[in-house]
Design a protein around this ligand. Structure first.
Ligand code: ADP
Ligand code: GLC
Length: 504
Protein backbone atom coordinates (compact mmCIF):
# COMPACT_ATOMS: atom_id res chain seq x y z
CA UNK A 1 0.00 0.00 0.00
CA UNK A 2 1.34 3.44 -0.88
CA UNK A 3 2.83 5.43 1.97
CA UNK A 4 3.43 9.14 2.07
CA UNK A 5 6.67 10.18 0.53
CA UNK A 6 9.45 11.45 2.83
CA UNK A 7 9.20 15.00 1.46
CA UNK A 8 5.72 15.18 2.96
CA UNK A 9 6.62 14.16 6.51
CA UNK A 10 5.55 17.08 8.68
CA UNK A 11 8.17 19.15 10.40
CA UNK A 12 8.43 18.07 14.07
CA UNK A 13 7.91 21.60 15.38
CA UNK A 14 4.69 22.26 13.46
CA UNK A 15 2.57 19.28 12.49
CA UNK A 16 0.28 20.61 9.79
CA UNK A 17 -3.33 19.64 9.56
CA UNK A 18 -4.08 17.21 6.81
CA UNK A 19 -7.19 17.05 4.64
CA UNK A 20 -8.23 14.41 2.15
CA UNK A 21 -10.61 15.65 -0.55
CA UNK A 22 -12.80 13.16 -2.35
CA UNK A 23 -14.48 14.30 -5.56
CA UNK A 24 -15.63 13.13 -8.96
CA UNK A 25 -13.97 15.81 -11.10
CA UNK A 26 -10.85 17.92 -10.68
CA UNK A 27 -9.14 20.30 -13.10
CA UNK A 28 -7.08 19.74 -15.20
CA UNK A 29 -7.90 16.02 -15.20
CA UNK A 30 -11.69 16.00 -15.70
CA UNK A 31 -14.36 18.68 -15.81
CA UNK A 32 -18.05 19.06 -16.56
CA UNK A 33 -18.69 22.11 -14.37
CA UNK A 34 -17.54 24.38 -11.56
CA UNK A 35 -16.93 21.47 -9.16
CA UNK A 36 -13.73 20.71 -11.07
CA UNK A 37 -12.51 24.29 -10.68
CA UNK A 38 -13.22 24.19 -6.93
CA UNK A 39 -11.48 20.86 -6.38
CA UNK A 40 -8.42 22.29 -8.07
CA UNK A 41 -8.36 25.75 -6.46
CA UNK A 42 -9.22 25.03 -2.82
CA UNK A 43 -6.65 22.25 -2.28
CA UNK A 44 -3.91 24.43 -3.76
CA UNK A 45 -4.87 27.35 -1.51
CA UNK A 46 -4.81 25.08 1.55
CA UNK A 47 -1.44 23.73 0.42
CA UNK A 48 -0.11 27.30 0.38
CA UNK A 49 -1.28 27.67 3.99
CA UNK A 50 0.84 24.66 4.92
CA UNK A 51 -1.99 22.13 5.00
CA UNK A 52 -1.10 18.65 3.85
CA UNK A 53 -3.67 17.91 1.13
CA UNK A 54 -4.59 14.80 -0.82
CA UNK A 55 -7.25 14.86 -3.55
CA UNK A 56 -8.80 11.50 -4.42
CA UNK A 57 -10.65 11.05 -7.71
CA UNK A 58 -11.31 8.28 -10.26
CA UNK A 59 -8.71 7.57 -12.89
CA UNK A 60 -11.03 8.16 -15.82
CA UNK A 61 -10.24 7.22 -19.40
CA UNK A 62 -7.56 9.50 -20.79
CA UNK A 63 -5.96 10.42 -17.47
CA UNK A 64 -2.34 9.46 -17.75
CA UNK A 65 -0.96 11.49 -14.87
CA UNK A 66 0.74 10.01 -11.84
CA UNK A 67 2.97 7.09 -11.03
CA UNK A 68 1.69 3.70 -9.91
CA UNK A 69 2.18 3.37 -6.17
CA UNK A 70 0.31 0.23 -5.23
CA UNK A 71 -2.96 -1.67 -4.97
CA UNK A 72 -5.78 -1.28 -2.52
CA UNK A 73 -8.44 -3.72 -1.38
CA UNK A 74 -11.94 -2.27 -1.81
CA UNK A 75 -14.57 -4.47 -0.13
CA UNK A 76 -17.69 -3.62 -2.15
CA UNK A 77 -20.05 -6.46 -3.09
CA UNK A 78 -20.18 -7.26 -6.80
CA UNK A 79 -17.21 -5.05 -7.66
CA UNK A 80 -13.60 -5.75 -8.55
CA UNK A 81 -11.84 -6.56 -5.26
CA UNK A 82 -8.97 -4.14 -5.77
CA UNK A 83 -8.03 -0.80 -7.28
CA UNK A 84 -4.68 0.43 -8.48
CA UNK A 85 -3.42 3.68 -7.03
CA UNK A 86 -1.64 6.33 -9.03
CA UNK A 87 -0.25 9.44 -7.38
CA UNK A 88 1.12 12.78 -8.43
CA UNK A 89 2.30 15.88 -6.60
CA UNK A 90 0.49 18.78 -8.33
CA UNK A 91 1.44 21.76 -6.16
CA UNK A 92 3.16 22.60 -2.90
CA UNK A 93 1.75 20.19 -0.29
CA UNK A 94 -0.92 18.88 -2.67
CA UNK A 95 -1.04 15.36 -4.04
CA UNK A 96 -3.53 13.79 -6.45
CA UNK A 97 -4.49 10.17 -5.78
CA UNK A 98 -6.21 8.44 -8.70
CA UNK A 99 -8.36 5.37 -8.06
CA UNK A 100 -7.88 3.09 -11.03
CA UNK A 101 -10.63 0.58 -11.71
CA UNK A 102 -11.19 0.24 -15.48
CA UNK A 103 -14.49 -1.64 -14.98
CA UNK A 104 -15.96 1.55 -13.55
CA UNK A 105 -13.95 4.46 -14.88
CA UNK A 106 -12.60 3.57 -18.31
CA UNK A 107 -15.58 5.09 -20.12
CA UNK A 108 -16.09 7.85 -22.65
CA UNK A 109 -17.87 10.25 -20.28
CA UNK A 110 -17.87 10.86 -16.55
CA UNK A 111 -21.47 10.21 -15.57
CA UNK A 112 -23.47 8.82 -18.47
CA UNK A 113 -24.36 8.96 -22.12
CA UNK A 114 -26.77 11.46 -23.63
CA UNK A 115 -29.27 12.32 -20.93
CA UNK A 116 -28.95 8.90 -19.27
CA UNK A 117 -26.78 8.24 -16.24
CA UNK A 118 -24.78 5.01 -16.27
CA UNK A 119 -26.99 2.38 -14.61
CA UNK A 120 -24.17 1.36 -12.27
CA UNK A 121 -23.38 4.89 -11.04
CA UNK A 122 -24.33 3.94 -7.46
CA UNK A 123 -21.69 1.22 -7.51
CA UNK A 124 -19.10 3.37 -9.35
CA UNK A 125 -19.28 6.11 -6.75
CA UNK A 126 -19.70 3.82 -3.74
CA UNK A 127 -16.45 2.28 -4.93
CA UNK A 128 -14.80 5.71 -5.04
CA UNK A 129 -15.99 6.46 -1.49
CA UNK A 130 -14.78 3.17 -0.06
CA UNK A 131 -11.48 3.28 -1.91
CA UNK A 132 -10.82 6.81 -0.62
CA UNK A 133 -11.50 5.71 2.95
CA UNK A 134 -9.36 2.59 2.63
CA UNK A 135 -6.58 4.73 1.22
CA UNK A 136 -6.85 7.34 3.97
CA UNK A 137 -7.03 4.68 6.69
CA UNK A 138 -3.76 3.11 5.59
CA UNK A 139 -1.68 6.28 5.68
CA UNK A 140 0.92 6.54 8.42
CA UNK A 141 -0.64 9.91 9.30
CA UNK A 142 -4.38 9.54 8.66
CA UNK A 143 -6.08 12.82 7.74
CA UNK A 144 -7.60 15.13 10.33
CA UNK A 145 -10.47 15.85 7.96
CA UNK A 146 -12.03 14.07 5.02
CA UNK A 147 -13.86 16.55 2.79
CA UNK A 148 -16.34 14.92 0.40
CA UNK A 149 -18.16 16.71 -2.42
CA UNK A 150 -21.63 16.33 -3.93
CA UNK A 151 -23.79 13.21 -4.19
CA UNK A 152 -21.04 11.20 -5.85
CA UNK A 153 -19.16 11.24 -2.55
CA UNK A 154 -22.16 11.19 -0.21
CA UNK A 155 -21.31 7.69 0.96
CA UNK A 156 -17.92 8.76 2.33
CA UNK A 157 -19.30 9.89 5.73
CA UNK A 158 -21.82 7.06 5.66
CA UNK A 159 -19.24 4.27 5.30
CA UNK A 160 -16.97 5.96 7.82
CA UNK A 161 -19.57 6.32 10.58
CA UNK A 162 -21.84 3.39 9.85
CA UNK A 163 -19.21 0.69 9.64
CA UNK A 164 -17.62 0.99 13.07
CA UNK A 165 -14.47 -1.07 13.32
CA UNK A 166 -13.73 -0.91 9.60
CA UNK A 167 -11.66 2.23 9.73
CA UNK A 168 -10.13 2.28 13.20
CA UNK A 169 -7.27 4.56 12.23
CA UNK A 170 -9.82 7.17 11.13
CA UNK A 171 -11.49 7.25 14.55
CA UNK A 172 -10.29 10.84 15.07
CA UNK A 173 -10.97 11.99 11.52
CA UNK A 174 -13.75 14.55 11.05
CA UNK A 175 -15.91 14.67 7.92
CA UNK A 176 -17.11 17.69 5.97
CA UNK A 177 -19.61 17.32 3.17
CA UNK A 178 -20.09 20.09 0.59
CA UNK A 179 -23.22 20.48 -1.50
CA UNK A 180 -22.37 22.14 -4.80
CA UNK A 181 -25.79 21.57 -6.25
CA UNK A 182 -28.86 20.26 -4.45
CA UNK A 183 -30.60 19.45 -7.72
CA UNK A 184 -28.46 16.34 -8.11
CA UNK A 185 -29.43 14.01 -5.28
CA UNK A 186 -27.81 10.70 -6.21
CA UNK A 187 -31.04 8.68 -6.13
CA UNK A 188 -31.34 4.94 -6.72
CA UNK A 189 -33.77 2.13 -5.91
CA UNK A 190 -33.86 0.85 -2.35
CA UNK A 191 -32.64 -2.60 -3.39
CA UNK A 192 -29.23 -1.03 -3.85
CA UNK A 193 -28.77 -0.99 -0.05
CA UNK A 194 -27.35 -4.53 0.26
CA UNK A 195 -25.53 -4.18 -3.05
CA UNK A 196 -23.73 -1.16 -1.61
CA UNK A 197 -22.85 -3.14 1.49
CA UNK A 198 -25.18 -0.98 3.61
CA UNK A 199 -27.26 -2.36 6.45
CA UNK A 200 -31.04 -1.87 6.17
CA UNK A 201 -30.97 -0.12 9.55
CA UNK A 202 -29.44 2.84 7.69
CA UNK A 203 -32.45 3.11 5.40
CA UNK A 204 -34.36 5.35 7.77
CA UNK A 205 -35.78 8.84 7.73
CA UNK A 206 -32.61 10.12 9.37
CA UNK A 207 -30.41 7.90 7.22
CA UNK A 208 -30.41 7.45 3.45
CA UNK A 209 -34.09 6.95 2.67
CA UNK A 210 -35.71 9.59 0.47
CA UNK A 211 -39.29 8.93 -0.64
CA UNK A 212 -38.70 5.19 -0.76
CA UNK A 213 -35.40 5.44 -2.58
CA UNK A 214 -31.76 5.75 -1.54
CA UNK A 215 -30.21 9.22 -1.75
CA UNK A 216 -26.42 9.47 -1.62
CA UNK A 217 -26.80 13.21 -1.05
CA UNK A 218 -28.99 12.66 1.98
CA UNK A 219 -26.47 10.16 3.34
CA UNK A 220 -23.71 12.73 3.03
CA UNK A 221 -25.77 15.40 4.78
CA UNK A 222 -26.93 13.16 7.62
CA UNK A 223 -23.67 11.42 8.44
CA UNK A 224 -21.03 14.16 8.15
CA UNK A 225 -19.84 16.34 11.02
CA UNK A 226 -20.41 19.62 9.17
CA UNK A 227 -22.28 20.41 5.95
CA UNK A 228 -21.22 23.24 3.74
CA UNK A 229 -22.45 24.78 0.57
CA UNK A 230 -20.85 27.27 -1.74
CA UNK A 231 -22.40 30.59 -0.70
CA UNK A 232 -24.16 31.95 2.39
CA UNK A 233 -27.29 32.91 0.42
CA UNK A 234 -27.60 29.42 -1.07
CA UNK A 235 -27.16 27.98 2.44
CA UNK A 236 -30.23 29.96 3.49
CA UNK A 237 -32.20 29.35 0.30
CA UNK A 238 -31.93 25.56 0.43
CA UNK A 239 -33.73 25.52 3.75
CA UNK A 240 -36.85 26.87 2.00
CA UNK A 241 -39.34 24.92 -0.13
CA UNK A 242 -38.61 27.13 -3.16
CA UNK A 243 -34.96 26.08 -3.40
CA UNK A 244 -34.80 22.97 -1.21
CA UNK A 245 -35.84 20.39 -3.84
CA UNK A 246 -37.57 18.47 -1.06
CA UNK A 247 -34.43 18.59 1.12
CA UNK A 248 -35.44 21.70 3.06
CA UNK A 249 -36.52 19.71 6.13
CA UNK A 250 -33.40 17.55 6.10
CA UNK A 251 -31.23 20.66 5.86
CA UNK A 252 -33.19 22.67 8.38
CA UNK A 253 -32.65 19.83 10.86
CA UNK A 254 -28.90 20.35 10.44
CA UNK A 255 -29.06 24.14 10.11
CA UNK A 256 -26.72 24.61 13.08
CA UNK A 257 -24.09 22.60 11.20
CA UNK A 258 -24.70 24.13 7.76
CA UNK A 259 -22.22 26.78 6.60
CA UNK A 260 -22.07 28.72 3.32
CA UNK A 261 -18.64 29.72 2.00
CA UNK A 262 -18.32 31.48 -1.34
CA UNK A 263 -15.98 29.75 -3.77
CA UNK A 264 -12.80 31.45 -4.87
CA UNK A 265 -11.40 31.59 -8.36
CA UNK A 266 -8.05 30.41 -9.62
CA UNK A 267 -6.42 33.83 -9.83
CA UNK A 268 -3.54 32.51 -11.95
CA UNK A 269 -5.64 30.77 -14.56
CA UNK A 270 -8.19 33.60 -14.72
CA UNK A 271 -5.86 36.56 -14.87
CA UNK A 272 -6.36 38.97 -17.79
CA UNK A 273 -2.81 40.25 -17.51
CA UNK A 274 -1.31 36.80 -18.11
CA UNK A 275 -4.02 34.96 -20.00
CA UNK A 276 -2.44 33.13 -22.93
CA UNK A 277 -5.84 32.79 -24.64
CA UNK A 278 -6.11 36.55 -25.17
CA UNK A 279 -4.70 38.40 -28.18
CA UNK A 280 -3.55 41.21 -25.90
CA UNK A 281 -3.49 40.56 -22.14
CA UNK A 282 -4.48 43.60 -20.09
CA UNK A 283 -4.61 45.18 -16.65
CA UNK A 284 -7.02 47.71 -15.18
CA UNK A 285 -5.09 50.53 -16.84
CA UNK A 286 -5.09 48.91 -20.30
CA UNK A 287 -8.54 47.34 -20.05
CA UNK A 288 -10.17 49.29 -22.87
CA UNK A 289 -7.56 48.44 -25.51
CA UNK A 290 -7.16 44.84 -24.30
CA UNK A 291 -10.87 44.15 -24.34
CA UNK A 292 -11.29 45.72 -27.75
CA UNK A 293 -8.70 43.38 -29.25
CA UNK A 294 -10.36 40.39 -27.58
CA UNK A 295 -13.76 41.56 -28.81
CA UNK A 296 -12.47 41.75 -32.37
CA UNK A 297 -11.29 38.13 -32.15
CA UNK A 298 -14.52 36.92 -30.51
CA UNK A 299 -16.62 38.52 -33.26
CA UNK A 300 -14.38 36.92 -35.85
CA UNK A 301 -14.58 33.49 -34.21
CA UNK A 302 -18.37 33.72 -34.21
CA UNK A 303 -18.52 35.02 -37.76
CA UNK A 304 -20.12 38.31 -36.69
CA UNK A 305 -19.15 41.44 -38.58
CA UNK A 306 -15.93 43.10 -37.40
CA UNK A 307 -16.70 46.62 -38.67
CA UNK A 308 -16.51 49.71 -36.46
CA UNK A 309 -20.24 49.77 -35.89
CA UNK A 310 -20.27 46.18 -34.58
CA UNK A 311 -17.16 46.78 -32.51
CA UNK A 312 -18.68 49.73 -30.74
CA UNK A 313 -22.00 47.98 -30.13
CA UNK A 314 -22.03 46.31 -26.68
CA UNK A 315 -21.31 42.57 -26.72
CA UNK A 316 -23.12 40.33 -24.23
CA UNK A 317 -21.49 36.96 -23.48
CA UNK A 318 -22.85 33.82 -21.91
CA UNK A 319 -21.00 30.56 -21.09
CA UNK A 320 -23.19 27.99 -19.49
CA UNK A 321 -24.48 24.50 -19.18
CA UNK A 322 -27.73 24.81 -21.14
CA UNK A 323 -30.13 23.60 -18.49
CA UNK A 324 -33.13 25.06 -16.67
CA UNK A 325 -30.99 25.96 -13.64
CA UNK A 326 -29.17 28.58 -15.68
CA UNK A 327 -32.29 30.57 -16.59
CA UNK A 328 -32.41 29.39 -20.18
CA UNK A 329 -36.21 29.26 -20.12
CA UNK A 330 -36.75 32.95 -19.27
CA UNK A 331 -33.96 33.91 -21.64
CA UNK A 332 -35.08 31.89 -24.65
CA UNK A 333 -38.68 33.01 -24.07
CA UNK A 334 -37.52 36.43 -25.32
CA UNK A 335 -36.99 34.81 -28.73
CA UNK A 336 -36.12 37.19 -31.55
CA UNK A 337 -36.32 40.15 -29.19
CA UNK A 338 -32.80 39.13 -28.17
CA UNK A 339 -31.54 40.26 -31.54
CA UNK A 340 -33.23 43.65 -31.20
CA UNK A 341 -31.74 44.68 -27.87
CA UNK A 342 -29.09 46.96 -29.30
CA UNK A 343 -26.30 44.52 -28.47
CA UNK A 344 -24.54 41.58 -30.05
CA UNK A 345 -24.84 38.27 -28.22
CA UNK A 346 -22.42 35.33 -28.13
CA UNK A 347 -23.25 32.09 -26.39
CA UNK A 348 -21.10 29.04 -25.58
CA UNK A 349 -22.51 25.90 -23.99
CA UNK A 350 -23.98 22.44 -24.18
CA UNK A 351 -26.93 20.79 -22.55
CA UNK A 352 -30.61 20.23 -23.30
CA UNK A 353 -31.31 19.72 -26.99
CA UNK A 354 -34.19 22.22 -27.01
CA UNK A 355 -31.92 25.02 -25.79
CA UNK A 356 -29.06 24.05 -28.08
CA UNK A 357 -31.52 24.18 -31.01
CA UNK A 358 -32.89 27.52 -29.92
CA UNK A 359 -29.43 29.08 -30.07
CA UNK A 360 -28.53 27.45 -33.36
CA UNK A 361 -31.80 28.69 -34.89
CA UNK A 362 -31.64 32.26 -33.62
CA UNK A 363 -28.01 32.55 -34.71
CA UNK A 364 -29.03 31.40 -38.20
CA UNK A 365 -31.88 33.92 -38.31
CA UNK A 366 -29.75 36.83 -37.04
CA UNK A 367 -26.21 36.11 -38.25
CA UNK A 368 -25.07 39.70 -37.75
CA UNK A 369 -26.22 39.94 -34.12
CA UNK A 370 -26.21 36.51 -32.49
CA UNK A 371 -23.44 33.91 -32.40
CA UNK A 372 -23.86 30.42 -30.92
CA UNK A 373 -21.24 27.76 -30.28
CA UNK A 374 -22.57 24.44 -29.01
CA UNK A 375 -19.71 22.63 -27.33
CA UNK A 376 -17.17 22.83 -24.53
CA UNK A 377 -14.22 25.07 -25.29
CA UNK A 378 -11.98 26.26 -22.46
CA UNK A 379 -9.96 28.61 -24.65
CA UNK A 380 -13.02 30.27 -26.18
CA UNK A 381 -14.43 30.68 -22.65
CA UNK A 382 -11.41 32.80 -21.71
CA UNK A 383 -11.71 34.83 -24.89
CA UNK A 384 -15.41 35.56 -24.30
CA UNK A 385 -14.73 36.63 -20.72
CA UNK A 386 -12.28 39.18 -22.10
CA UNK A 387 -14.07 40.24 -25.28
CA UNK A 388 -17.60 40.65 -23.94
CA UNK A 389 -18.69 43.95 -22.38
CA UNK A 390 -21.36 42.28 -20.25
CA UNK A 391 -21.86 38.74 -19.02
CA UNK A 392 -25.28 37.22 -18.55
CA UNK A 393 -26.25 34.77 -15.75
CA UNK A 394 -30.03 34.80 -15.28
CA UNK A 395 -30.01 31.63 -13.15
CA UNK A 396 -33.15 30.23 -11.55
CA UNK A 397 -30.83 29.11 -8.75
CA UNK A 398 -27.05 29.31 -8.50
CA UNK A 399 -25.23 27.71 -5.56
CA UNK A 400 -22.20 29.90 -6.22
CA UNK A 401 -21.38 30.45 -9.90
CA UNK A 402 -17.87 31.12 -11.07
CA UNK A 403 -18.28 33.02 -14.31
CA UNK A 404 -19.59 36.19 -12.65
CA UNK A 405 -16.33 36.30 -10.66
CA UNK A 406 -14.22 35.63 -13.76
CA UNK A 407 -16.19 38.43 -15.48
CA UNK A 408 -15.53 40.94 -12.72
CA UNK A 409 -11.82 40.16 -12.89
CA UNK A 410 -11.87 40.72 -16.67
CA UNK A 411 -13.71 44.07 -16.52
CA UNK A 412 -16.82 42.43 -17.98
CA UNK A 413 -19.90 43.66 -16.18
CA UNK A 414 -22.16 40.88 -14.91
CA UNK A 415 -25.93 40.94 -15.34
CA UNK A 416 -27.30 38.37 -12.91
CA UNK A 417 -30.38 37.21 -11.12
CA UNK A 418 -30.17 37.86 -7.37
CA UNK A 419 -29.90 34.28 -6.17
CA UNK A 420 -27.33 32.15 -4.33
CA UNK A 421 -23.72 33.05 -4.95
CA UNK A 422 -24.69 35.54 -7.65
CA UNK A 423 -26.45 37.60 -5.00
CA UNK A 424 -23.44 37.35 -2.68
CA UNK A 425 -20.83 38.44 -5.23
CA UNK A 426 -22.61 40.98 -7.44
CA UNK A 427 -23.81 44.32 -6.04
CA UNK A 428 -26.21 46.37 -8.11
CA UNK A 429 -25.05 49.72 -9.53
CA UNK A 430 -28.05 51.43 -7.97
CA UNK A 431 -30.31 54.11 -9.54
CA UNK A 432 -27.41 56.45 -10.43
CA UNK A 433 -25.16 53.66 -11.79
CA UNK A 434 -22.71 54.96 -9.22
CA UNK A 435 -22.08 52.02 -6.90
CA UNK A 436 -21.78 48.24 -7.02
CA UNK A 437 -20.17 46.08 -9.68
CA UNK A 438 -23.03 44.83 -11.85
CA UNK A 439 -26.74 44.65 -12.65
CA UNK A 440 -29.12 42.46 -10.68
CA UNK A 441 -32.78 41.50 -11.02
CA UNK A 442 -34.89 39.46 -8.64
CA UNK A 443 -38.20 38.15 -10.05
CA UNK A 444 -37.63 35.05 -12.13
CA UNK A 445 -39.22 36.39 -15.31
CA UNK A 446 -38.29 37.35 -18.85
CA UNK A 447 -39.52 40.90 -18.18
CA UNK A 448 -37.23 41.37 -15.17
CA UNK A 449 -34.32 39.90 -17.11
CA UNK A 450 -34.95 42.21 -20.06
CA UNK A 451 -35.21 45.15 -17.65
CA UNK A 452 -31.74 44.44 -16.21
CA UNK A 453 -30.20 44.05 -19.66
CA UNK A 454 -31.79 47.32 -20.77
CA UNK A 455 -30.42 49.12 -17.72
CA UNK A 456 -26.93 47.85 -18.57
CA UNK A 457 -27.27 48.88 -22.22
CA UNK A 458 -28.44 52.35 -21.19
CA UNK A 459 -25.47 52.76 -18.84
CA UNK A 460 -22.89 51.53 -21.36
CA UNK A 461 -22.52 54.66 -23.55
CA UNK A 462 -21.45 56.78 -20.56
CA UNK A 463 -17.82 55.75 -20.86
CA UNK A 464 -16.64 57.38 -17.66
CA UNK A 465 -19.26 55.72 -15.48
CA UNK A 466 -18.70 52.41 -17.24
CA UNK A 467 -14.95 52.54 -16.67
CA UNK A 468 -15.50 53.19 -12.97
CA UNK A 469 -17.86 50.23 -12.87
CA UNK A 470 -15.30 48.01 -14.55
CA UNK A 471 -12.57 49.21 -12.22
CA UNK A 472 -14.65 48.42 -9.13
CA UNK A 473 -15.14 44.88 -10.38
CA UNK A 474 -11.49 44.37 -11.28
CA UNK A 475 -10.43 45.43 -7.79
CA UNK A 476 -12.49 42.74 -6.02
CA UNK A 477 -10.60 39.94 -4.30
CA UNK A 478 -12.15 36.59 -5.15
CA UNK A 479 -8.96 34.64 -4.69
CA UNK A 480 -9.12 31.24 -3.05
CA UNK A 481 -6.85 32.44 -0.27
CA UNK A 482 -9.75 34.35 1.27
CA UNK A 483 -12.18 31.43 1.10
CA UNK A 484 -9.50 28.97 2.23
CA UNK A 485 -9.19 30.89 5.52
CA UNK A 486 -12.87 30.22 6.13
CA UNK A 487 -12.42 26.52 5.38
CA UNK A 488 -9.55 26.37 7.85
CA UNK A 489 -11.85 27.68 10.60
CA UNK A 490 -14.52 25.24 9.53
CA UNK A 491 -12.13 22.28 9.64
CA UNK A 492 -11.13 23.21 13.20
CA UNK A 493 -14.78 23.32 14.15
CA UNK A 494 -15.40 19.95 12.50
CA UNK A 495 -12.48 18.40 14.35
CA UNK A 496 -13.78 19.81 17.64
CA UNK A 497 -17.34 18.62 17.05
CA UNK A 498 -16.54 15.26 15.45
CA UNK A 499 -19.35 12.81 15.92
CA UNK A 500 -18.73 9.25 16.93
CA UNK A 501 -22.18 7.75 17.03
CA UNK A 502 -24.09 6.45 14.05
CA UNK A 503 -27.05 8.72 13.35
CA UNK A 504 -30.16 6.87 12.24
P1 ADP B 1 -21.85 24.99 -12.99
O1 ADP B 1 -20.84 24.24 -12.21
O2 ADP B 1 -23.21 24.97 -12.38
O3 ADP B 1 -21.90 24.61 -14.42
P2 ADP B 1 -20.17 27.33 -12.48
O4 ADP B 1 -20.38 28.76 -12.82
O5 ADP B 1 -19.81 27.03 -11.10
O6 ADP B 1 -21.47 26.55 -12.96
O7 ADP B 1 -18.97 26.74 -13.32
C1 ADP B 1 -19.03 26.46 -14.66
C2 ADP B 1 -17.62 26.33 -15.15
O8 ADP B 1 -17.62 25.60 -16.37
C3 ADP B 1 -16.97 27.66 -15.46
O9 ADP B 1 -15.58 27.54 -15.27
C4 ADP B 1 -17.33 27.85 -16.93
O10 ADP B 1 -16.45 28.71 -17.60
C5 ADP B 1 -17.20 26.46 -17.43
N1 ADP B 1 -18.01 26.14 -18.60
C6 ADP B 1 -19.34 25.88 -18.63
N2 ADP B 1 -19.73 25.59 -19.89
C7 ADP B 1 -18.62 25.68 -20.66
C8 ADP B 1 -18.36 25.49 -22.05
N3 ADP B 1 -19.33 25.15 -22.88
N4 ADP B 1 -17.10 25.65 -22.49
C9 ADP B 1 -16.11 25.99 -21.63
N5 ADP B 1 -16.28 26.20 -20.33
C10 ADP B 1 -17.52 26.03 -19.83
C1 GLC C 1 -22.26 23.66 -8.99
C2 GLC C 1 -23.11 24.91 -9.01
C3 GLC C 1 -22.34 26.18 -9.20
C4 GLC C 1 -21.08 26.20 -8.36
C5 GLC C 1 -20.27 24.95 -8.65
C6 GLC C 1 -18.98 24.89 -7.83
O1 GLC C 1 -22.07 23.09 -10.22
O2 GLC C 1 -24.14 24.81 -9.98
O3 GLC C 1 -23.15 27.29 -8.86
O4 GLC C 1 -20.32 27.35 -8.64
O5 GLC C 1 -21.01 23.81 -8.33
O6 GLC C 1 -19.21 24.96 -6.45
Amino acid sequence: MPKRRPSRVPKPDAVPRSVTFVGSEVLPFAKTGGLADVLSGLPRALGRLGYDVTVVMPRYKGIDAGVWTGRLRVPLPGSPPEADIWEQEIAANVRMTFIDCPTFYDRDTLYGEGNDDYADNPRRFAFLALAALEYAAQQSHPPDVIHAHDWQCGLVPVYLRARPGSFETLANTATVFTIHNLAYQGLCASDWMPRLGLDWSLFGLNGLEYWGRVSFLKGGINFCDLVTTVSPTYAREIQTPEYGFGFEGILARRSGDLVGIVNGIDAECWNPSRDRHLPRPYTASTVTAGKREAKRVVLERYGLAGDEQTLSRPLIGMISRMVDQKGLDILTALGDELARLGASLVVLGTGDGRYENFWRDIATRHPAKVGARIGFDESLAHLIEAGADMFLMPSRFEPCGLNQMYSLRYGTVPIVRATGGLDDTVRDVGPQNSEGNGFKFTPYSSAALRGAVERALTAYPDRRTWKLLQARGMREDFSWDRSADEYVKLYERAIASRRVAVMT
